[in-house]
Design a protein around this ligand. Sequence first.
Ligand code: TXE
Length: 487
Amino acid sequence: MTSTSETTAITHIIGGERIESGPAQHDVSPSDSTDIVASWGAASEDLARQAIEAAVAAAPGWAATTGAQRGEILTNAGLELDRRANELGRVLAREEGKTLPEAIAEVRRAAQIFLFQGGQAVRNRGQLIDSVRADVEISITREPLGVVSVIAPWNFPIAIPAWKIAPALAYGNTVILKPSEAVPASAWHLVDVLHRAGLPNGVLNLVLGRGKDIGDTLTGSVGIDAVTFTGSESTGRRVLDRTSAAGIRAQLEMGGKNPLVVLDDADIDVAVTQALTGAFGSTGQRCTASSRLIVTRGIHDRFVDRLGAAMAAWRVGHALGDGIDMGPVVDQGQLDKDRRYVAAAAAAGREVVGGQLEEAETDGFFMRPALVLGTEPTDAINREEVFGPVASVIKVDDYQHALAVANDTPYGLTAGIITTSLAAAHDFRKRAQAGMVMVNLATAGVDFHVPFGGRGASSFGPREQGEHAREFFTQVKTAYVAAGAAS
Ligand code: TXE
């Protein structure tokens, strides 16, 4: 079976220095309680302040570099990530629990993000426009913000920091990264790669620690110019309170309760495959997961039978195991939460397919995918983000009913439809209340070069990723230039 590997001692990285802090804590694999991925120490508020000071000190020098210089460093980092995708993917899979192929794909995605944003560093275009006054010319340019605080979650331990850090650096900002306490090793490797790629000291600082200890410092202190956050809605609201009070620019990505509509005319194979991977890929721990399956009457029973059979065939086990379709849940707290939602649905009379704990050779948080049938749109499981391998099915009469149910949510990240009807696909693309819409595709699975983000309770602030990332990570300057006295 899967052999585990060494424990890495990881540190904070502040002003280019590797700094230890005690007491040592263990970063335990969710696949195997005996596998210690890394040892680390949590930062105090003082250390967090030190990181802010380092980022503030490095900001003018970094802002003065050319886009070409910054782009070259990001490109080097992207190339190294791609070269080491197997090795770093293994660390990521051990630490977070997604399967090895998913983890390797995530590292490759991070590589693509650095390569893309490295290219963007030399595309920071401005505009020239005539003034209403003769002999005055106006230029509109975009400049760095200064210091950006990046607060990242555990579910994409390399890709999410990458898609925040890469544009922040590309446009000349310095950064403090606080990864989730569940995945410090992946973040450490990412920051290490960027330093090896030539990033000057202090431009990217890594602070490992708990949100409750250092979160307020990293989101509300003097010196920080912007905060970009991905995580839960409740923490996001707290971050927004802090940044608003301090007058700091904020961008928040919070959960989803994404609908995947399946119409009677759908290709059943497409419907089952997209629902299976959309709901349970990455153990369902994605803000874009297809967690509400909204299915019309004519196809409902066939779809549910086929999906149940496909779920039963899925192999759940150690993230590094051969042929594993779904790894463990990230930790005990999340496993308890997932099981609480399933138990509450069962207690309310809903039928549950799957969802049992899975026996494995190692001691990990293994749960089989769960499908909750016969649910109502008002059920808690259809209103709240579970963030695990749990999906619910809502039976509806027709397309119009499906659309109404799909839009009946406080969230609005992504929405999908499986149909062979051009009219339904066209209408859904226009009327789905979500930041991203998928046709004949799962709600999860997005590209790195186009905007990412949602509506309602899912997001706050400008979009992430692609060229749209520039909006958040730069500020506009309008300059009026007159020729002055003729010589
Ligand atoms: O999230 P938190 P957790 C949801 C999902 C999951 C739940 C809890 O439902 O079950 O959140 O996960 C940092 N100031 N999502 O506890 O607490 C924290 O250290 C500043 C959905 O991991 O929101 C981490 O770095 N920062 C989501 C980050 O915030 C604070 C992905 C996210 O942690 C802080 C993750 C504070 N006061 C969780 N408190 C998605 N939809 O993508 C904590 N943090």
